[in-house]
Ligand binder design. Structure first.
Ligand SMILES: Nc1nc2c(ncn2[C@@H]2O[C@H](COP(=O)(O)OP(=O)(O)OP(=O)(O)O)[C@@H](O)[C@H]2O)c(=O)[nH]1
Ligand SMILES: [Mg+2]
Length: 357
């Protein structure tokens, strides 16, 4: 039997988009069991009336929230009202072409339990974006890949256009902040088979963007919140703690070496660096990445070797960044501090994606 699709569409002042949107959805989904759920945050431009006016002709419901505002929480509200087992989420402004709904459905029918309409796989894209929006979007993507490792499997986990089976998500646990509902669903749900289908992010058909700088702050809060809920924040803090311990090991060994050898100073620095890399490795192996040690083919020595490569490259990066900034006129301590932060993020990222893959 065909599973019912509930398509959740958050709206805020989208009056002129509603009719073409519903017509295109209805064409794209003809012959299929579905409902459209609009969740509107009390628009004053007539969106609600236009949408309600279509409910006699199309399988469509309109929910109006008066107490709350926000894209992602509106979507959660809609999911709670849905009667279908397949949940789809899309924007109202026709930037998400309704025809792609068929590809998303096909992906679920072929065994995916969540399917993302992706801007960042071959065939997808956002050709009309300016440079600054491109950079912000890519930076946001890198942040999620860096700090929330389970998002790395997906090239565009921040898309607002996706579909999943409701049974895979405990809806009561969805507590998103801001805009990125796909990230919240992906990390709260239990998905084994995640698939992406390409789509071209079109120009807004009518109406105004609701994107505000506040959304970028909300995004950072959401990442931090998800890190804390998934245990990744604890992992990150452990990595910082281990890094600090390594600094003391490095200095302690340097003290011994300078006390007991008469080597050249450049050589005297080396044992402390290598010993601290090894103690950092052991602590990270048993402590920070304990959950990634078991069941993996990488032997202890392979992991140690890889971590060594990462940490030594990190040291070179620290030095290179600091030297460049000093060359550009920055104070040497500030330059070194920035070098340390960048090298630290490098170490964390490559430890996570390579040494303890
Ligand atoms: N219910 C509800 N919907 C919202 C809210 N903010 C935005 N939306 C809807 O969420 C969808 C995406 O918002 P947009 O403003 O288009 O965001 P965007 O696509 O990232 O930005 P543009 O490319 O400038 O359009 C649209 O359907 C909006 O109407 C809100 O606070 N509440
Ligand atoms: Mg939009």
């Amino acid at each position: 039997m065909q599973e019912k699709l509930s398509l959740i569409i958050p709206t805020y002042n989208e009056k002129d988009n509603i009719v073409p949107l519903v017509e295109r959805i209805s064409k794209a989904l003809s012959g299929r069991d579905y409902e459209i759920i609009f969740v509107d945050d009390n628009s004053k431009d007539g969106t609600i009336e236009v949408a309600q006016g279509l409910s006699a002709q199309y399988p469509l419901k309109v929910f109006v929230r008066k107490e709350e505002r926000g894209l992602a929480t509106a979507v959660v509200h809609g999911i709670k009202q849905a009667s279908g087992n397949i949940i789809g989420v899309m924007d109202a402004d026709l930037q998400h072409p309704p025809e792609v709904l068929r590809d998303l459905l096909k992906a679920l029918e072929n065994g995916a339990d969540i399917a993302f309409a992706s801007r960042y796989i071959p065939g997808g894209g956002c050709p009309n974006w300016g440079l600054s929006r491109r950079i912000i979007s890519k930076a946001a993507l890198k942040l999620s890949h860096l700090f929330l490792p389970s998002t790395r499997e997906v090239k565009d986990p921040l898309t607002g256009f996706f579909m999943f089976r409701r049974d895979n998500v405990d809806v009561g646990r969805l507590k998103p902040i801001g805009y990125k509902i796909s990230l919240e669903v992906m990390l709260v749900g239990k998905f084994r088979n995640m698939v992406e289908v390409p789509f071209i992010f079109e120009d807004r058909s009518a109406g105004k963007s609701k994107l505000r700088p506040q959304q970028q702050i909300d995004y950072l809060k959401h990442i931090l919140n998800l890190m804390s809920r998934t245990g990744e924040l604890v992992r990150f803090l452990k990595f910082i703690g281990v890094g600090i311990s390594g600094t003391f090991v490095n200095l302690g060994v340097l003290r011994l070496v300078t006390a007991y050898t008469a080597w050249n100073e450049k050589v005297q620095l080396i044992p402390g660096i290598e010993v601290s890399i090894i103690t950092n490795f052991i602590l990270n192996d048993y402590f920070t990445f304990a959950d990634r040690r078991t069941g993996k083919k990488l032997s202890f020595f392979r992991r140690l070797f890889k971590y060594n490569v990462v940490a030594l490259a990190g040291a070179v990066i620290n030095w290179g960044v600091a030297a460049l900034l000093v060359y550009l006129g920055l104070n040497i301590f500030l330059a070194d501090f920035i070098g340390i932060i960048i090298a630290f993020l490098w170490n964390y990222f490559f430890s996570s994606i390579w040494a303890w893959k």
